[in-house]
Design a protein around this ligand. Structure first.
Ligand code: SF4
Length: 317
């Protein structure tokens, strides 16, 4: 044990757990684990450590008996927990303890093996969507200074609560996955104790819209037509021209955003596909992605649409 570590353990051991109720015990213990992680500069998420310890027999016994323990027994129990946390940090179990940390960072991308989960209804179709080739996406973990990067190919993903707010299947109250037994392969491969295991999966085959809709000719035709008329390549080109004009000539950019909107309205109405579910067929709308370009579309009182920088409410000063 390093001198620094010993000082934290001593400091926390000098607390007076004799007075604590069970809730206080839990919060003090979490506080201690956060400090432990900070001091040791471990990459382990604090919740991961917390859940590993909380699933041990020793923790369960101390927690259950807590209200009946004498102050001296509580002090001994508290010290035992601190040692258990230190031990857990040194001997991280090579298994998922369902702490929800990976799920909070974002939702998984689906692989070909996950198609069955969709076909068998274990993952509802409305909870997946496509990110299209060329689409700007925000990197996880503030990589690349949080700047968006552009996808080289389509990716099918589970929805997130809000972009960057964690997987839609994560129950925030319990930190548990609500489809754990039927979770996608990427979730199974995620190994917070050994990131190299997750990297191995990157060599796998991603699920595509072609895999999903290959037998539905009509939808495949719509996808091809949408790509032809509303590709991200054309949106980037229009955005480049908008920038070159110093934002003085937004017509081409706006026309494309608005055309894409009409395209999806048409498909939704003609083929009775709810707009939300259309995101698996056509991806997210150009209009919904304007914030990634630092813009938003505003409708003026006379019905005309214009582009303004995000944060502004109107094109007029
Ligand atoms: S599907 Fe389940 S395990 Fe996978 S990220 Fe979502 S909540 Fe987590």
């Amino acid at each position: 044990m390093t001198p620094d570590r010993k000082s934290t353990l001593d400091y926390k051991s000098m607390a007076f757990p004799g007075e604590w109720d069970e809730e206080t015990l839990k919060s003090k213990f979490l506080e201690f684990m956060n400090e432990l992680i900070r001091e040791t500069q471990s990459n382990l998420p604090p919740k991961r450590l917390q859940y590993q310890v909380e699933q041990s027999v020793e923790y369960e016994n101390i927690r259950k008996q807590w209200s009946d323990l004498t102050p001296t027994e509580r002090l001994n129990g508290w010290k035992q927990l601190l040692e258990k946390a230190e031990d857990a940090l040194k001997n991280v179990l090579p298994t998922c303890v369902q702490c929800g940390e990976c799920c909070r960072k974002g939702s998984p991308t689906l692989h070909l093996e996950d198609l069955e989960l969709l076909q068998q209804g274990k993952i509802p179709w409305k909870q997946v969507f496509v990110l299209r080739k060329g689409e700007p996406v925000r990197p996880p973990d503030e990589k690349n200074d949080g700047k968006p990067y552009f996808l080289l190919d389509d990716r099918i993903k589970l929805r997130e609560k809000q972009e960057g707010q964690g997987c839609v299947f994560l129950d925030d109250t319990t930190d548990r996955c609500t489809i754990y037994a039927d979770r996608p392969i990427q979730c199974r491969a995620q190994a917070c104790w050994d990131p190299s295991e997750s990297k191995e999966l990157a060599k796998g085959v991603y699920l595509t819209r072609q895999d999903i809709f290959e037998k539905v000719e009509l939808l495949m035709n719509i996808i091809v037509e949408h790509e032809k008329r509303c590709s991200f390549e054309s949106l980037h080109e229009a955005f480049k021209q908008l920038q070159e004009s110093g934002a003085k000539e937004p017509e081409q950019f706006l026309a494309l955003v608005s055309y894409e909107d009409h395209f999806r309205d048409f498909v939704s109405e003609q083929f009775h596909i709810p707009k939300g579910e259309l995101e698996l067929v056509l991806g997210r709308s150009f209009a919904s992605l304007m914030p990634v370009f630092g813009l938003k579309v505003v409708e003026e009182p006379d019905g005309t649409k214009c582009l303004v920088a995000e944060g502004e409410n109107s094109s007029h000063p």
